[in-house]
Design a protein around this ligand. Sequence first.
Ligand SMILES: Nc1ncnc2c1ncn2[C@@H]1O[C@H](COP(=O)(O)OP(=O)(O)OP(=O)(O)O)[C@@H](O)[C@H]1O
Length: 322
Amino acid sequence: MGVKLNSGPTIEINGLKFTYPGINGHPPPGSKPLIEDFNLTLNAGDRCLLVGSNGAGKTTILKILGGKHMVEPHMVRVLGRSAFHDTALTGSGDLSYLGGEWRRDVAFAGFDVPIQMDVSADKLINGVSGVDPQRRAELIKVLDIDLSWRLHKVSDGQRRRVQICMGLLKPYKVLLLDEITVDLDVLARADLLKFLKKECEERGATIIYATHIFDGLEDWPSHIAYVANGKLQLALPMDRVKEMYKLSLMRTVESWLRKERDEERKRRNERKAKGLPEFEQQNEGSSGDVRAVNNGWAAGRLNSTIAGEENFVFSSNRVLRQ
Ligand SMILES: Nc1ncnc2c1ncn2[C@@H]1O[C@H](COP(=O)(O)OP(=O)(O)OP(=O)(O)O)[C@@H](O)[C@H]1O
């Protein structure tokens, strides 16, 4: 549930629209946006799971939030600022993004160090200045890191632990995680998730976590956001999801993705029957409709094919049926 440390939302996505630029740096003429009509509001303490099928747009959304792609400043506000235009947000460590290119490198003293190079965990982790020694020690313990590890000689999972430790050293206010736990063993993943939850509950951090791995996540998120074809299909507090679906998290998400896939197949067959190309031009056409309301809450009309024609407003701790 949201911790009332900050006044106002920590993350606000308002009518986000985004198209990847073509080779000339501009969106190809006539192309449909990859992300469209996307609205989401999160508060301090919220832990939002971002789910969706491969290619749904999760990484793109996280990268936009992380200031890696330019969008109009009003479309994405992190801690009340535009992540792309206000570089101090990431520079200060208030906003941290772990994913994408980060998977190949470790940010170290202003440089990106390839994670396979011959350098010790000690040098990397203790080489970052301005870090609270207690926080550093806690992270080393949580991730069970041996400081004598040399990055080029350890396993993928051990390297990943060092990398995650580096990414969490500064006490971020907003953390964007793009599936970072794939290499971790069950224990390391469970301990990390517990640490991240504590960060939200005690410090009021806000986390968005995009993942396909639901093991051990049952009681982790406070909210879940489901994206399909670049559109937000559903955004709800977890309590509400459990109440509505009465299934495990994995089975719930599975049911959404199955419906989405079946509908997509049906659409393709209909197109074929009409003599149209089976696959639509990328991001052409979409379904779902979500809008923001003025008081900073997000309102979502669930895609009728997913959960029936119902309207919900969610804040960090309650759902109102409209
Ligand atoms: N740099 C790029 N240029 C053009 N299109 C891109 C680029 N990166 C991603 N895309 C396209 O954007 C769509 C969404 O990709 P994205 O990586 O955001 O999906 P995702 O939901 O994170 O998928 P996954 O679960 O597989 O990681 C895909 O169709 C992909 O092909």
